[in-house]
Design a protein around this ligand. Structure first.
Ligand SMILES: Cc1cc2nc3c(=O)[nH]c(=O)nc-3n(C[C@H](O)[C@H](O)[C@H](O)COP(=O)(O)OP(=O)(O)OC[C@H]3O[C@@H](n4cnc5c(N)ncnc54)[C@H](O)[C@@H]3O)c2cc1C
Length: 435
């Protein structure tokens, strides 16, 4: 039987996941990537002599397919990811919750009961909330906003401010007032509602390209595939020709806005293009401040919130504790908010002061800084957002990308799962002239 020839357009985590699965099924895979490097929205950037990331990322233990694929391509997950029990620590607000290393659901019950900086009634109410979701199998009758869901279940006070709302922002990159409650509940089902290990934080202990994309590329080429960088695909012919090369299948693994541009040129897929054109996007900024090596955080991931005023930043990460980049603190500013209007200088000054407040001491000014703004970091994960499936009306053209994984918000795990699904569906089809 002739070897299956598959084009994968887009070398982000979704495209690479599809390419890895197809390569291991003996397909000949060519990955076309517009940029000079692979990794898409989760990749290494070289700045100031440091291997940093285009955006600080958080993974969690529930990212089962990401972990499986990392292992498949030869990444030692214990080396590349720092596994820590879930801890949300806001020193300036006096709030802290840390889940103990105990089996589910004891870890959640004792973790909530041991939370500092909130009342007993808030803790009991949070337990009732989780129990109510579980009793309904994490399925809401109707989608609404996360804010409505929290109101409906009387989730107020400090646990709302320092647990539920930050979880919503971190996972969905969408403000609770507009974010989809059902997708949020899906995330809770897989994390807090899952095993203890599923709740663990998995913080990159290296740059993001070394977490998966680099090893995935090596795996693909070792299996006879190719990665063609700096190759932007302008169109897909209906007979699946790309740049005058004919393929048995094409996996289109770009972000929604780039996918819709390609799909709108094909009659059969113009409906999906029209659907994707309705998507709106949320930004994320990652701000790196370089301090002397002795500047450290109380937890590798520390919350910036305080009770007196709303902080611009949400989280600060101690890159020294995570990957040996001592003194480098990365700050995450998720979803559209006041920070978007701030210029870089204001962001840097404000975050420096928020860090001082968090640490309760004066710091010398940062030695260097770098602001990276991703204006279309993720799709805005709103109520009843329609998602296309992997299969398209054009025979043998498949979709992958974080937006295809309907259960999940825009995340690495969503991207990886979508790539696996596209590969699995594709492999069920026989190649042209196949037996
Ligand atoms: C700053 C930031 C922080 C984030 N934080 C987290 C986090 O903490 N945890 C988490 O799980 N997720 C996080 N995410 C989301 C996560 O990074 C994305 O969901 C995931 O990387 C999307 O992968 P993808 O493969 O679907 O898309 P992409 O990464 O967008 O990959 C698509 C690829 O296609 C290429 N391409 C586009 N058009 C063409 C074309 N015409 N021809 C060829 N190639 C093309 C692009 O260059 C790109 O490399 C974050 C994202 C950002 C930006």
């Amino acid at each position: 039987m002739a070897q299956l020839r598959v084009a994968v357009i887009g070398g982000g985590w979704a495209g690479l996941a599809a390419a890895v699965e197809l390569s291991s099924a003996d397909a000949k895979v060519i990955v076309f990537e517009a940029a000079k490097q692979i990794g898409g929205r989760a990749r290494r950037v070289e700045i100031n002599g440091y291997a940093l990331d285009n955006g600080q990322h958080i993974l969690i233990g529930a990212y089962r397919d990401t972990l499986r694929l990392m292992q498949k391509v030869g990444v030692d997950t214990t080396q590349r990811l720092k596994r820590l029990p879930l801890e949300l620590n806001y020193p300036a607000a006096g709030f802290r919750i840390k889940l103990p290393q105990l089996p589910a659901t004891l870890h959640l019950v004792l973790g909530l009961l041991g939370a500092k900086g909130c009342t007993l009634s808030e803790k009991l109410s949070a337990m009732c909330f989780m129990r109510a979701l579980q009793a309904n199998h994490y399925q809401l009758t109707n989608d609404g906003t996360v804010a409505e869901l929290l109101n409906q279940h009387q989730q107020q006070g400090k646990l709302r401010r320092y647990l539920w709302e930050p979880l919503c922002l971190s996972a969905l990159n969408t403000a609770p007032e507009i974010a989809s409650a059902q997708v949020f509940v899906n995330v809770l089902r897989e994390s807090l509602g899952g095993s203890r290990a599923a709740t663990d934080l998995l913080l990159p202990a290296t740059d993001l390209s070394a977490v998966f994309p680099d090893a995935a590329a090596r795996f693909i080429t070792a299996h006879g595939g190719e990665i063609r960088l700096s190759t932007r695909i302008a169109s897909i012919e209906t007979d699946l020709q790309i740049n005058h090369e004919k393929f048995d299948h094409v996996v289109l693994a770009c972000a929604p806005q780039h996918t819709s541009a390609l799909l709108s040129k094909i009659t059969e897929t113009s409906g999906i293009a029209a659907l994707l054109e309705t998507y709106v996007y949320e930004p994320i900024a990652t701000v790196y401040l370089g301090y002397p090596p002795e500047v450290t955080l109380p937890s590798p991931m520390t919350g910036l919130g305080c009770n007196e005023y709303a902080c611009l930043g949400q989280w600060a990460f101690d890159r020294g504790a995570l990957n040996g980049q001592h003194g480098v603190i990365s700050f995450v500013l998720s979803a559209s908010g006041n920070w978007v209007q701030c210029d870089d200088k204001t962001l840097v000054t404000t975050l420096h002061h928020e860090l001082e407040k968090t640490l309760g001491k004066t710091l010398s000014l940062p030695l260097w800084h770098q602001v990276i703004r991703e204006r279309r970091a993720t799709f805005s994960c709103r109520i009843n957002l329609p998602r296309p499936s992997a299969q398209t009306p054009l025979h043998r053209l498949w979709l992958a990308g974080d937006y295809v994984c309907a259960e999940y918000p825009a995340t690495l795990e969503g991207a990886i799962r979508s790539g696996i699904t596209a590969a699995t569906e594709l492999l069920k089809h026989k190649p042209i002239g196949g037996a």
